[in-house]
Design a protein around this ligand. Structure first.
Ligand code: PEP
Length: 264
């Protein structure tokens, strides 16, 4: 079903990049594009997810941007509040620093850093209880796709989410469908395949929450300026989580424009 009333989101996941000087340049360049051609909050929510030590400085540098750009944490602790947990940053500490958005369940966290379902659920619970908006990542591996399990895997990840989100918290959920085989590989799911999975996710959400038609479902996996327009035209693709291409201001801006234009 078409969900054209949803304002799209375009969020850049900078991952473990870039060095400070490049980050400052990237922000400067992005601000310049937004100065020349602003994107309103009614057209598209913009966000960037820098490394944790840069969250506050990036937030400050973006304060005078012509269009608002949200600053998103790439991860949070499975522990809540404050305490003796060396190296961890809790949901409450993010909120205390006015960081209101966080990624949870990114496949790199799940695959490399052992974020299993128990940890992911704890992180979701902590983030939502602290009032953060979560961009929750789901997606299947190549093997799971090739053996016909993609839908089942993704819908199970949606069930994991549903197990912890309370009725009044769905407005703080954004979903990102990121097929693992498309992340950082240059391979993008075809708009048809992506749309089909997004429609399945929305159908799944409809069984769970009355907010299903208002929940943004982003696509992630080698999104570039060159494929953004086609992806943005799909009725259930409500934005993009962008890795590699978000490290280039022009590419990121063009992707944002592609989604913002669907709201004109
Ligand atoms: C990501 O890591 O969220 C991602 C989508 O990366 P890329 O765009 O580089 O595939």
């Amino acid at each position: 079903m078409s969900s054209s009333t949803i304002i799209p989101w375009v969020v850049g996941n900078w991952k473990m990049n870039p060095m400070q000087a490049n980050s400052q340049q990237l922000i400067q360049d992005l601000k310049q594009y937004l100065q020349q051609n602003p994107i309103t909050q009614q057209q598209c929510h913009l966000g960037v997810a820098p490394i944790s030590i840069a969250l506050l400085s990036v937030q400050q540098q973006l304060q005078d941007a012509q269009s608002p750009v949200k600053v998103v944490a790439q991860d949070l602790s499975q522990m809540s509040g404050t305490g003796a947990y060396t190296g961890e940053v809790s949901a409450e500490l993010l909120k205390d620093s006015q960081i209101d958005y966080v990624l949870v369940g990114h496949s790199e966290r799940r695959e490399i850093f052992g974020d299993d379902v128990v940890k992911v659920k704890a992180k979701l619970t902590n983030a939502l209880n602290a009032g953060l908006t979560v961009i929750y990542c789901v997606g299947e591996s190549l093997e799971q796709r090739e053996t016909g399990q993609a839908e089942q895997v993704v819908l199970q990840q949606i069930c994991d989410l549903a197990a912890v989100v309370k009725a009044g918290q769905w407005h703080n959920i954004v979903i990102a469908y990121e097929p693992i085989w498309a992340i950082g590989t240059g391979k993008t799911a075809s708009p048809q395949d992506a749309q089909a999975m997004h429609a399945k996710i929305r159908e799944g959400l409809t069984q769970i929450t009355v907010e299903a038609q208002q929940t943004a479902i982003l696509y992630g996996g080698s999104v570039k300026a060159e494929n953004a327009v086609e992806l943005a035209a799909c009725p259930d693709i409500n934005g993009a989580l962008v890795g590699g291409a978000s490290l280039n201001a022009e590419s990121f801006y063009k992707i944002a424009q592609a989604f913002a234009n669907t709201k004109e």
